[in-house]
Write a protein that binds this ligand. Sequence first.
Ligand code: G3H
Ligand code: 13P
Ligand code: ZN
Length: 311
Amino acid sequence: MPLVNTKEMFQKAYAGGYAIGAFNVNNMEIVQGITEAAKELNAPLILQVSSGARKYASHTYLMKLVEAALQETDLPIALHLDHGDTFELCKSCIDGGFTSVMIDGSHHSFEDNVALTRKVVDYAHERGVVVEAELGRLAGIEDAVNVKAEDASYTNPDQVYDFVTRTNCDSLAIAIGTSHGAYKFKPGTKPQLRFDILEEVEKRLPNFPIVLHGASSVVPEFVEMINRFGGNMPDAIGVPEEMLRQAARMAVCKINIDSDLRLAMTATVRKHFAENPGHFDPRQYLGPARVAIKEMVAHKIKDVLGCDGKA
Ligand code: G3H
Ligand code: 13P
Ligand code: ZN
């Protein structure tokens, strides 16, 4: 099956009250771990590439890895640019075969965000590619940009209808209290998301797919494992999975997960070296890391997102 865009996936997810997992990919083991889980569970999938990932692995290698995954799985897979920050970057990914791009104009003024998003949408739609936009600003680290908590801002529901009708974007990422990275909530506090904002957005944009960034749960077992085997991570708190289930039942159709992949991989490699200090064949430690990614992704698909069996 060739790459698909997210149109049909999102329509089905909205109607069915579940969400599609959008997992960040950087190398072969990550692509394999994610796609093997999706294949076993017959789940639709979004593989997403940040500009940092594209610099690290190169466009061509990532395309070929995803091509191999399509051949091996025969699943509906969308290839998505995560946090595109310029028209040129989005254009390059569209021209190079991506089926979905995000133009993240959330750091600009409302009017500049509208203009930039509209420009990308016009270019993308002529080529059958869909566009995710963002309103509101998440805290945390994306690529080299570190948005401090005080500079983050919730999405204003009064702006979403105007934004979506003027830009003609296909999905909208909103800020309701999640953030990028492993440190999402203050230790000792209860994680909270603004579901009231999501509800207001849903009322103003009926049947429109919403995207949740910064949605890793920061699986405690992995943080504990990293620290047990020589790491030094301070208290890391992610989004409780029950909140992701709630979002998936609502208008959220795409849930972005990257940090949990990183934690799974790092924890497994650390454990492997602690237990096998003499090993030096990369297959000996990357193999188990790939299995850990597969198991974590399978859990997300089955027990959190609810997209198993929906391919
Ligand atoms: O939102 C950011 C993603 O986790 C991608 O991270 O830009 O370091 O590849 P990266
Ligand atoms: P996490 O850091 O919570 O995994 O978020 C990833 C993300 O939003 C990618 O765009
Ligand atoms: Zn993000």
